[in-house]
Design a protein around this ligand. Structure first.
Ligand SMILES: [Zn+2]
Length: 487
């Protein structure tokens, strides 16, 4: 007995040593950057963003009419506001409004870079709730207010400011830069980004990398991290909505059969909801752990450095919150259910819709197979609704593009830790998988969870200082592309 006890103690000691050694070997992946970043433009750029906010380029629903005058006015606004860009480049126009600028590089051997943004915005919602006019473009001592300041006219204007400045400084990029500005991102980008990506693919353009909106410099949003974390989305989840329906003779509620269309659908929804897909650490989340883990306090670092033993604990931590849960599994959300008209009539038809957000590494086919298995009832018809998209392929966090974004981020936001991650929402860049395997979803905005609620919500606004810093980011991202070291 004593011997076994001794062996157990030895094993625990060895285990502890392995855990501690692995924790110490879990080194930071943040590059040291000593280059200074000098802001290329002054506060007057805030007024130019405000001008863009005042043009109400609102997207409503797919196929719903829009204010075409506003969309045209936006293009004219860019022409007038950025004369150096337009003297050098005439943008191509796609489906009347979307724009593609091609800024030719001096070295045709280098692959081009695509910088994306969109200039449509979601409606303001209840304007009464706003403390400033949503399309007023008001500026106070701290903020620029209005719909689109964060999503995503801010980034578009930052790109234009950076390029205008660089062209006026006679900067010549070695790589060709494409600026791709969609007009319908908020309604899936079918006429804008999709058409632009198809055109580039047809032209045989293979981009070194594509950078679009998505993630941001987050403050206080990554648990156990006191420093800001600049998150770069290296994949985005897929989107699948499934309609379940059943038809069965109804009748009078005074003489019910044991089952009806309604009970069958209710049970199917309940089965799907109670048997969720398995939680798993996918590629982008694994990369996130590698980048963020070494920056954490010791106890957390020990857990992240020893995934081989703490994986179940990690999964438990993630699945403990709805946002963490969404990072580690294909989520299941019943969203619509309908059956019945009258309290004493058994309906002969019932329908329900369930929305899944598919994790990288799984496909819509896998999810459908899972649905069929858990429903396990031939009377339930299962139909895929329009709007399906597969998860985006995972982009490398070792590539030229990732390193170039990371280096620029460390230069402009030296206080922040950079990390790849999975993006839970969707962006126009999903249409660009033919143009490049390396797609990075990051816009240089600084957000707290409070700001997140303003995106698509009320009182959207951006700090003037943060907006200007985003211009600095794009300015250096482009300038650094001439840096030999990275090529
Ligand atoms: Zn957006």
């Amino acid at each position: 007995m004593k011997r076994y006890f001794r062996i157990a103690l030895w094993l625990i000691a060895v285990l502890l040593i392995v855990i501690i050694v692995k924790t110490f070997m879990f080194r930071s992946k943040q590059p040291a950057v000593s280059l200074p970043a000098t802001p290329p433009v002054g506060i007057e750029a805030a007024e130019r963003l405000a001008g863009a906010i005042r043009i109400p380029t609102v997207s409503y629903e797919i196929d719903a009419p829009v204010d075409t005058g506003a969309f045209r006015a936006f293009r004219e606004y860019l022409e007038v506001t950025y004369p150096s860009v337009h003297r050098l480049i005439t943008p191509l126009v796609f489906n009347e409004f979307s724009l593609l600028y091609r800024w030719e590089g001096s070295n045709p051997a280098l692959k081009p870079v695509v910088l994306m943004a969109h200039f449509d915005v979601v409606p303001a919602g209840d304007e009464e709730l706003w403390s400033r006019e949503p399309f007023g473009g008001q500026i106070d001592s701290e903020f620029i207010w209005g719909r689109g300041t964060l999503d995503d006219k801010g980034a578009l204007i930052q790109i234009m400011e950076a390029v205008e400045k660089l062209i006026s400084e006679k900067f010549e990029p070695a790589r060709t830069f494409y600026l791709s500005f969609g007009h319908d991102e908020e309604i899936s980008g079918l006429l804008g980004a999709k058409a632009i990506a198809a055109y580039l693919a047809e032209q045989g353009v293979e981009a070194e990398f594509v950078a679009d909106e998505g993630m941001a410099v987050t403050v206080g949003m990554v648990p156990m991290m006191s420093k800001p974390v600049a998150l770069i989305g290296t994949s985005e989840k897929g989107y699948l909505s499934v309609k379940l329906s059943a038809t069965l003779d109804g009748g009078h509620s005074s003489t019910p059969e044991p089952e009806s269309a309604l009970t069958i659908i209710a049970e199917a929804v309940s089965a799907i909801n109670s048997r969720q897909l398995k939680a798993r650490i996918s590629g982008p989340v694994d990369d996130f752990i590698k980048y963020v883990g070494p920056e954490m306090p010791f106890y957390a670092r020990a857990i992240f450095a020893n995934k081989w033993i703490f994986k179940p604990l990690l999964i438990n931590i993630y699945t403990g919150s709805s946002s963490g849960n969404a990072l580690v599994r294909t989520t299941t959300a019943p969203t619509i259910i309908s059956a019945g008209m009258k309290d004493n009539v058994i309906p002969n038809r019932a329908e329900a819709t369930v929305n899944f957000r598919v994790l990288a590494g799984e496909t819509s086919e896998d999810i459908l197979a899972h649905v069929r298995k858990v429903v396990n009832d031939e009377r339930v018809e299962i139909e895929v609704l329009p709007g399906l998209s597969e998860p985006a392929p995972v982009s490398s966090s070792e590539s030229y593009g990732f390193n170039s974004i990371m280096k620029t981020l460390r230069q402009v936001y030296p206080e922040a830790v950079v990390a790849p991650t999975m993006m839970l929402a969707s962006s126009d860049s999903k249409h660009f998988t033919e143009v490049s395997p390396d797609i990075y979803r990051f816009a240089p905005i600084i957000v707290t969870s409070e700001d997140m609620a303003r995106i698509h919500g009320i009182d959207e606004r951006v700090k003037i200082e943060d907006f200007l810093r985003g211009i600095t980011y794009y300015y250096y991202l482009i300038r650094n592309s001439n840096d030999e070291e990275l090529q």
